[in-house]
Write a protein of this length. Structure first.
Length: 423
């Protein structure tokens, strides 16, 4: 009987993303504290929120190449160490400029996370288990906001914003140690049984991941493929909404005349719901339907497009100033988008040519992080001095419509991109 080592690896990756997002959301609850200490405006705060995404996005294409060259283990170790250093640097910042620099370093450290995780899942899991395995780390991004916002908010209220950043640095360094001693690729993992390795290898025909010395497809070739472009455009729309919620929800609820404690609690509700839909629908249900013989492409595309359509519920928050009603609309939107997210993140290993998953993951996350740069800054301008978020929600809904069209007309059937001629 095949073992369960691969699920321990999925859990390890999930823990990494959980801590990774603690480092990101700690800034979203520090708005008032930073305004008090540094006099930062909404517009300036929007730039600060997006700062780590600048380096994060800039490194996505190089990271894909580096991952395909040096592998998940080495890149993952360096990544986790750097992002822990960045949190300590933020805690010690004595000006907006030095704080900005710490957030840029955070982007450098966290840049490999999702492409590396996508590549690791491809190594460790057959295709019919990949959605649930991906949901382990993708749901962790939502769960981090659900529990991280109140926990970090409590630390900030009790000890101040510097201690809250230092605490995330400590937790990040502990994960670096955990990853260093636990993660190996399947062929190098001494705790992986022969039976489980054979089970994973039997699925080679389902995946384009290979650990041999094949020639990866050129980056320019992959960028020109309609399937890759469709996936990137659709996920850009998802990530625009994700970053709007990730970075501005506490401030949005504060703008509805709530104190910090209540805005933190209301912020947590949509993220808890998103964690549930991510794991149950995007993870378990997709794999269950595929195991029962349903067409893999149809199942994945139905959840991918259906979840993104539900994301349009963000527009409902434009028409209310009632926190409970707004929370309902935002929960539906974020829940739908989160159900679609694991499917999207499982696609690089399903559509990439041989030995090119790192590159496709890097291209995908480059598009994601462009959205991560634009959303916080644009929302800061949309909110302006009046703290009105209606225009921000309207823009998110319009972008989602374009994302849905990209999934339908460019991505097409979920199957490998043809290998380049004369590779």
């Amino acid at each position: 009987m095949q073992g369960r080592r691969r699920w321990r690896i999925a859990l390890l990756l999930g823990i990494g993303v959980l801590i990774n997002y603690f480092d990101r959301v700690n800034l979203s609850v520090a708005h008032e504290a930073l305004h008090k200490d540094f006099g930062i405006t909404n517009e300036g705060y929007g730039y600060l929120l997006s700062a780590y995404v600048w380096t994060y996005a800039a490194l996505q294409l190089p990271v894909g190449v580096i991952l395909d060259r040096f592998g998940v283990k080495l890149v993952g170790r360096i990544s986790a160490f750097l992002w822990s250093v960045a949190s300590f640097a933020a805690a010690a910042a004595n000006s907006i400029g030095s704080f900005f620099g710490a957030r840029l370093l955070l982007g450098v450290g966290e840049a490999p996370t999702f492409p590396a995780n996508a590549k690791a899942i491809g190594y460790w899991f057959p295709g019919h288990e990949r959605s649930l395995a991906t949901a382990f780390f993708d749901a962790a991004a939502k769960f981090a906001s659900a529990i991280g916002v109140p926990l970090i908010g409590a630390a900030l209220i009790r000890f101040g914003w510097r201690i809250s950043f230092a605490l995330t640095g400590v937790v990040s360094f502990l994960f670096f140690l955990l990853f260093y001693f636990v993660y190996r690729d399947p062929q190098d993992d001494k705790k992986l049984t022969a039976e489980e390795l054979a089970y994973i290898r039997r699925a080679d025909q389902e995946t384009q991941i290979h650990t041999g010395s094949g020639q990866p497809a050129p980056l320019a070739y992959l960028i020109a493929q309609p399937k890759v472009l469709g996936l990137v455009a659709g996920f850009f729309a998802y990530n625009y909404c994700f970053y709007l919620f990730l970075t501005w929800l506490p401030s949005y609820f504060s703008a509805l005349h709530m104190n910090l404690q209540h805005s933190i609690l209301f912020t947590s509700v949509p993220w808890f719901f998103a964690t549930f839909t991510d794991l149950l629908v995007g993870g378990w249900l997709v794999d269950a339907l595929i195991r029962r013989g349903h067409d893999q492409s149809r199942v994945r595309k139905t959840v991918l497009i259906g979840g993104t359509v539900l994301g349009l519920a963000v527009a409902g928050a434009m028409f209310t100033s009632n926190p409970a009603v707004a929370t309902l609309w935002i929960s539906i939107s974020l829940g739908g988008l989160s159900a679609a997210a694991p499917v999207g993140w499982s696609l690089p290993s399903l559509i990439a040519p041989k030995d090119s998953v790192g590159k496709v993951g890097g291209i995908l996350n480059f598009g994601n992080q462009l959205a991560g740069i634009i959303a916080p800054v644009a929302t800061g301008y949309f909110a302006g001095p009046t703290n009105s978020f209606s225009r921000a929600f309207a823009a998110a809904a319009i972008i989602l419509v374009f994302g849905i069209l990209a999934y339908i007309f460019l991505l097409g059937r979920i199957e490998p991109v043809p290998e380049p001629v004369n590779r």
